[in-house]
Design a protein around this ligand. Structure first.
Ligand code: F6R
Length: 647
């Protein structure tokens, strides 16, 4: 647990016990430890231990820790009975997305729980049997004496189990209609929203709330908004997780990004007396300026005092001194020279002036993240004469629509015929692909040939962007990291080969600058895995002479920007540059007009990028800086500092 956020005085605004951890791994271990202790205590009393279990991405690390405790520390599950919260309907138990399968793969197949002891709602029933089945499910839980410990995740709409917004606290186990937020979140697992079930069987809120102990876990910034509502907001059926506020023994286990919007993390000065670090001071001043809608340099002593910031003023002397300090710091983050401006004093600039021509390595997790997330900066680096390389970390092949792949294969076949090439091979690839795709069921992994074609399409698009920006195609490095190449949505964990390929590439290029997608908060996404691979590679070579000269800059993925006060380099863009970036993004034709993995945002990627870069420019402008059309933002990763002091 993080000592700095977890003293009782800081919890005054929270309506349910909440523990904040530095990362989801340590929080998951704490939950697993509590479950293990309960199982062992029950075993010592010769009693069964009844667990309520959840699926989804959240509990995966916790289940892995339980498996480890079983394998390495002899934890036995022989006295455990479990009842899962929910199952999609309809759903076959061996389907890829089935929760029966999930529980087997993540936990039950690796421990000694007897098969007859675990229960997952049955998604194969005919609809007229469900009501009786649900009543029997509840009766079975009651016959065991109720649930001793219930594990929960939280949906983006505040659901627990599949009790969507509006579910009453006394709701029973039942068939429910999934709401659109839930279906969109699940769409990736089902290869598109149109394949995603509309219904599910869920344990009702009543049974969940009757559990003697409830632990709810939430990880990542995507959960920060809803977690705040559930913990600090009113108890309401709009947010079923808020029912836990009245539970006598419930705890929220959060990682820091999921806790980021709680008052004790976001505005700790309003909660308790705090130790003012430079970063918290900057955050407080920026928040104050935005709240009172004044530029930083116009904040007055009264503004500080009326908004709970008198301690901060006391530390810095006067509003004037503090305003000027923060204004200068933020002003110095703005630069049109992301590779450093040659021949000038660089002491207050984000990048060094020398060497004037730098070698730059941009890591792009998918083939379009470079242009979407830092297209303006990419263009400037090339225009300002730096030697720019791009490493495309994954093939991105699962995100191409089947019909598009077929169109390309068809084209190649026609091309061969038209220009007299031997088209026997391309005809057979076309025939096989047509056959395969016509019989492809939702969620099926593509044939090797179709995957290969999809990957090649994305290679072509990335090369087109490089040509457009002015990077020679030999500087585009297609890494095809093996962890990604499962063909399915679920990826393998990163391995030695992923890291080695990355070490080799960095060592070959010896860059002065590395840019990487810094999605620190998304515990399972491809971006985070790609980032971890880079971090591990850097860790191995950080003592090489060239790495001592290397700055690592982190940009954010397509969805969110760094908090304004954390930005260390902001690269402005003119309206023309915004348009140029848009055309660069257009090169990724397979990712336009209704993509396979749209996520919860219906905007096209170029729209998201433009809006986000425009918002950053507006924020700077509101704080009293020059008005630009758009800005791209970066933070530095200080790998040379000891762990714990780095971001
Ligand atoms: C899963 C369940 C759901 C999830 C919730 C969060 O059995 O009942 O309530 O806990 O949707 O899902 P993830 O963990 O995937 O973010």
């Amino acid at each position: 647990m993080l000592a700095e956020f977890n003293n009782d005085a800081q919890k005054v605004f929270e309506k349910v016990d909440t523990q904040i951890f530095g990362d989801s791994k340590s929080a998951s271990k704490a939950v697993a430890r509590e479950i293990a202790d309960l199982i062992q205590q029950k075993a010592a009393e010769n009693k069964p231990c009844v667990l309520g279990l959840a699926t989804g991405s959240t509990p995966i690390q916790m289940y892995a820790e339980l498996v480890r405790l079983h394998k390495e520390e002899g934890l036995s599950f022989k006295n455990v009975y479990s009842f899962n919260l929910d199952e999609y309907f309809p759903m076959e138990p061996d389907a890829l997305q089935s929760y029966v399968r999930f529980m087997g793969e993540q936990l039950f197949n690796h421990i000694d729980i007897p098969r007859e002891n675990w229960n997952v709602p049955d998604g194969t029933l005919s609809e007229d049997k469900i009501a009786d089945y649900c009543a029997a499910y509840e009766a079975k839980i009651d016959a065991m004496g109720g649930i001793d410990l219930q594990v929960l995740g939280i949906g983006g709409n505040g659901h627990i189990g599949f009790n969507e917004s509006g579910s009453l606290a006394n709701s029973k186990t039942r068939l429910v209609a999934l709401d659109s937020i839930t279906r969109i979140a699940a769409a990736g697992d089902f290869f598109g929203l149109e394949n995603t079930p509309r219904k599910a069987i869920t344990m009702g809120c009543q049974k969940i709330l009757e559990a003697k102990r409830v632990v709810l876990m939430a990880w990542g910034e995507k959960k920060a908004g809803i977690t705040k509502k559930a913990v600090e907001g009113p108890l309401t059926e709009r947010v079923p997780a808020s029912y836990l506020q009245e539970h006598p023994n419930a705890t929220f286990f959060l990682d820091l990004p999921a806790a980021a919007k709680l008052k004790r993390v976001d505005t700790p000065w309003l909660v308790d007396s705090i130790e003012w670090t430079e970063q918290i001071a900057r955050r407080a001043v920026v928040k104050l300026a935005l709240k009172v809608e004044k530029p930083i340099l116009q904040l007055t002593t009264d503004d500080y005092n009326y908004n709970g910031l008198n301690e901060l003023l006391a530390k810095y002397g006067s509003a004037h001194d503090l305003n000027v300090k923060i204004f200068r710091e933020m002003r110095d983050t703005i630069t049109g020279w992301p590779g450093g401006k040659p021949g000038v004093d660089d002491s207050t600039r984000p990048e060094r002036a020398e060497p004037a021509k730098k070698r730059v390595l941009i890591f792009s997790p998918h083939p379009d993240d470079d242009i979407i997330s830092m297209g303006g900066t990419f263009q400037r680096l090339v225009d300002q004469g730096h030697e720019v390389h791009v490493a495309y970390q994954t093939s991105g092949n699962i995100a191409v629509a089947d019909a598009e792949a077929l169109r390309f294969i068809d084209f190649v076949n026609d091309f061969n015929g038209q220009f007299g090439f031997d088209s026997a091979n391309s005809s057979s690839v076309l025939a096989e692909a047509e056959k395969f795709l016509s019989g492809k069921k939702k969620g099926d992994v593509d044939s090797d040939a179709v995957r290969e074609v999809k990957g090649l399409m994305r290679v072509g698009e990335a090369k087109a962007t490089c040509r457009f920006v002015g990077v020679p195609v030999e500087n585009a490095h297609f890494q095809r990291l093996p962890f990604y190449e499962t063909g399915g949505v679920k990826k393998n964990p990163a391995g030695e080969l992923d890291v080695q390929k990355t070490v080799d590439l960095i060592s070959e290029i010896k860059p002065h600058q590395i840019f990487a997608a810094g999605d620190l908060a998304d515990p399972h996404g491809t971006h985070k895995v790609c980032l971890n691979i880079i971090f591990e590679a850097i860790e191995r070579i950080k003592n090489e002479a060239f790495m001592k000269e290397c700055y690592v800059w982190l940009y954010r993925g397509a969805w969110a920007e760094w908090p304004i006060e954390e930005i260390e380099m902001a690269v402005p863009m003119s309206p023309e540059q915004v348009l140029t970036k848009r055309y660069g993004i257009f090169k990724h034709q397979s990712q336009k007009d209704g993509v396979v993995f749209q996520g919860s945002d219906s905007r096209e990627f170029w729209q998201r990028a433009e809006e986000r870069n425009g918002e950053t420019a507006d924020l700077y402008n509101n704080l009293g800086f020059v008005e630009y059309a758009a800005m791209e933002a970066f933070r530095r990763y200080h790998f040379e500092k000891p762990e714990g002091e780095r971001i």
